[in-house]
Design a protein around this ligand. Structure first.
Ligand SMILES: [Zn+2]
Length: 79
């Protein structure tokens, strides 16, 4: 876990695009170990292909969220 020093690139193995979004899914592990958060930084194309992958683990606090990375939205504002 040492990805803070570089600009993020897409999490997909074959993709070198800069990451534009973070996709987060929080679900309940079926083994009963509690909530799991799976987070991946992805380029725009691969973010569009993402979808909830752990609907078997849905619980009250289930989350599937796509957040734009700050770098990806910094183009039209100066501050
Ligand atoms: Zn990608």
């Amino acid at each position: 876990m040492d990805e803070n020093s570089n600009p993020r690139t897409c999490h997909r193995r074959d993709c070198d695009e800069p990451a534009a979004f973070v996709v987060l899914e929080r679900y309940q592990e079926e083994t009963g170990h509690g909530a799991v958060e799976a987070e991946a930084a992805l380029c725009r194309t691969h973010t569009a292909e993402e979808h909830p992958a752990n609907l078997d683990g849905v619980y009250a606090d289930y989350v599937f969220r796509v957040e734009p990375l700050p770098e990806a939205t910094a183009t039209d504002e100066d501050e």
